[in-house]
Design a protein around this ligand. Sequence first.
Ligand code: SAM
Length: 232
Amino acid sequence: MRARQGDWQVGLTVTKSVLRSWFPPLMGLRVLCLACGGGQQGPRACSGAQVTVFDNSQQQLAQDRYVARRENLALDTIAGDMRDLSVFPDETFDLIFHPVSNCFVPDVRPVWREAARVLVPGGILLAGFCNPVLYLFDQEKADDGILEVRHRLPYSDLTSISNDERQVYLDEEQPLEFGHLLEDQIGGQLDAGLVLTGFYEDIWPGAELSKYTPCYIATRSVKLNLVEKRVS
Ligand SMILES: C[S@@+](CC[C@H](N)C(=O)[O-])C[C@H]1O[C@@H](n2cnc3c(N)ncnc32)[C@H](O)[C@@H]1O
């Protein structure tokens, strides 16, 4: 695997790779790949780092173990909910990699609080998430290329649509989705004691909305150390 020689790229969003300048040198780093199962990102971060992939899907984690075995990489996998990282003591990780996935939890603030707790001071959180404008429109019409504003934000598959519409998602075993406000996505990180140091946006290829606006956001944030927190 080329990743072992340091030749790797990973995405937090759909089409763009994360700038290499967003990463510190990986050698010896304790990395948490948060809600990041599936074998795409975790194994690539293994060039010298100690990687833990955390996800609530055993199937996704099995993919990471499969790639790790195939490439002879050391990698831990742990099953759990991204809102509860209590299996990890405070200040366990130097870097958290969190690709688009918090659209699957109704409240994103616990994710930022837990991420901040398990990072060392000065630790880095790289996160991808949906621009909430994605959830303004009637989804069925948007799939047919018609953008009709229908929903108020924040969006919730639990309350913004009818029972019948929700049942279709459940019957198809699709996860329920939540469109969080930027106040919770970005403000939530700041409130958790993280400081933004990087930002970019990305498109959703093929989506009608992408003709007008990027649909995904990526942020780089750093956990404040205690002295900075006290004076702020
Ligand atoms: C879109 S995938 C992102 C990671 C994947 N490697 C990728 O790049 O597509 C979303 C991931 O979030 C996980 N997930 C969804 N809800 C979760 C939760 N509450 N706690 C932890 N993981 C969750 C899913 O199992 C899935 O692996």
